[in-house]
Design a binder for this molecule. Sequence first.
Ligand code: 13P
Length: 234
Amino acid sequence: MKYLIVANWKMNPQTMAEAERLFISVKNGIKNIKNVEVVICPPFVYLSALLNPKSYILNPKIGAQDSFWENPPTGGGAFTGEVSPKMLRNVGCRYVIIGHSERRRYLNETDEMVNKKLKAALKNDLKPVLCIENISQVKKGLKGILKEGLKNMVIAYEPVFAIGTGKPCSPEKAEKMRKAIKSAINTDIPILYGGSVNSQNAGDYIEKAKFQGLLVGGASLNPQEFLRIVQNID
Ligand code: 13P
């Protein structure tokens, strides 16, 4: 099994030129990587440019940072400002981050919304990366999602105290949570760690805490640092 490293660019960078530069540096830097699947999640506005031409984008794969929960038969509808999972799949996205703590906090996303978003994403052949910080969010987020659906998902443990603070969770504590998630879902899917990951600590979450990958925020905006993380895990 390959390790999975997902880059969450959040609301960065501010220009298409910077996004392209960052993307190309990563793309070139992972050419010889064998044991890691790399996924880049840029803001919506850059997706189609980075996915063009679609057929080239197998490495890194591209994901979105969110998608809407409504899934009408046509895929579309009157939902101003929202982006459907079908649109994302049609431009070539493979993954989508759902339930990030920043959306729960600033946009009041609830477990019920997260649950509906997961179901809509799965129906449209996107692999959701469900972000959680406790077991209640795992259980509520996955309500009614059967094993077949679960098998196409990824779960990321992201303790809020560690996000963007430079204060990562200890590998021991993170491992306890990984085990608790695993026993709650009782299915073998990738469980990632996220929160102040850098090239110094990345290996600990894989070797000591036995995560199958990482969800990287700030460090993914610096191509040299991000590539060091990927190379260390490879
Ligand atoms: P940082 O790596 O910047 O702490 O962010 C983690 C995160 O939220 C990734 O989704």
